[in-house]
Design a binder for this molecule. Structure first.
Ligand code: NDP
Length: 290
């Protein structure tokens, strides 16, 4: 029975999720708000139905890959009774609290809920490159693992339905700030007549090498002693000159100024001789008072 899946949402991601299941011989029913997006999937063997109620009724497992939390509520709210007794896997990107709210809603309606967070672009689905985090119903995860592994390597993050989304967003924080930092550097390098591509050729190996520092920085954080010798101090890490250079070149220093704000805040609090990893403590203190 678990080889019958209904997939709601045939955008860039939903289509490739459905196509991968079809390729593995599963029986797939698809639904999309706007008609006409299922043609290629139907040619591959999918059954396209409307309204959404019919798609939910067709399979014991319903996968939602919609736009956001609001679109999931809008789509699934009216079919809660049809979902009763079925497994709902929601891989739509949501915040942790939105995932928890959906899990509570699902529990109220007798729906087995598993939240998924996709760490991949559509082209990575079906390969070993991406990853999908899940949290919520352990039973649903265990039963569906062979299916999930068709999409990407899977990782279960526990019964708290919000945890997969939390870890996913934490991972994306680093990625987006790295990209923003790259664009800022490229904008500065443009003043030196360097194209973004020329800059990327230099930046990529440098950033790759720097990622080797993460484990050592993490150890300082986990040990909780920012004074251990051998670290780059906050005073040494002061980026005022980088902010100034950016301004001198007429480039908005916003990304690097944000980092400098974190550094100067810790220096002002008397931690200047401690390691750069100290900014972690400042960030966590913000979380405690937020
Ligand atoms: P698309 O924009 O390509 O597709 C969005 C889908 O959501 C469409 O099927 C759209 O239907 C549907 N939709 C939007 N609003 C509503 C609504 N109010 N009611 C019903 N259906 C609605 O997005 P993706 O497929 O790329 O992404 C889907 C989810 O997957 C998102 O949450 C995204 O964050 C997540 N994701 C995507 C990744 C990617 O690289 N693409 C990577 C990781 C996660 P319609 O055709 O009618 O507009």
């Amino acid at each position: 029975q678990l080889n019958q899946v209904s997939l709601l949402g045939l955008g860039a991601m939903g289509s490739v999720l459905a196509s991968t299941l079809l390729g593995a011989g599963l029986s797939v029913t698809v639904w999309n708000r706007t008609p006409g997006r299922a043609t290629a999937l139907v040619a591959q063997g999918a059954r396209a139905v409307d309204p959404v109620r019919e798609a939910v009724a067709a399979s014991p497992v319903v996968v939602a890959c919609l736009f956001d939390h609001a679109s999931v509520q809008e789509t699934l709210g009216p079919v809660a009774e049809e979902l009763r007794g079925r497994t709902l896997v929601n891989v739509t990107t949501t915040t942790p609290n939105e995932s928890r709210a959906l899990a509570s809603w699902a529990a109220e309606h007798g729906i087995d809920y598993l939240d998924g967070a996709i760490m991949a672009v559509p082209a990575m689905i079906g390969s070993r490159d991406g990853q999908i985090f899940y949290s919520g119903s352990r039973a649903a995860y265990d039963a569906l693992l062979p299916t999930f592994d068709l999409w990407a390597p899977s990782e279960f993050h526990g019964a708290d339905a919000g945890r997969a989304a939390l870890v996913d967003l934490a991972m994306l924080s680093g990625m987006y700030q790295m990209f923003a930092g790259f664009f800022h550097g490229a904008a500065m390098a443009a003043s030196a007549g360097m194209s973004a591509s020329e800059f990327a050729a230099r930046q990529a190996p440098f950033l790759s090498a720097m990622t080797h520092e993460l484990a050592a920085l993490a150890k300082v954080v986990d040990d909780g002693d920012y004074t251990v010798p051998g670290q780059q101090s906050l005073e040494f890490s002061d980026l005022s000159h980088l902010v100034r250079a950016s301004e001198e070149e007429g480039v908005d220093p916003a990304p690097v100024a944000a980092v400098q704000t974190l550094i100067s805040r810790e220096i002002a609090a008397g931690h200047g001789s401690e390691g750069f990893a100290r900014i972690y403590a400042g960030l966590r203190a913000g979380a405690a008072t937020a």
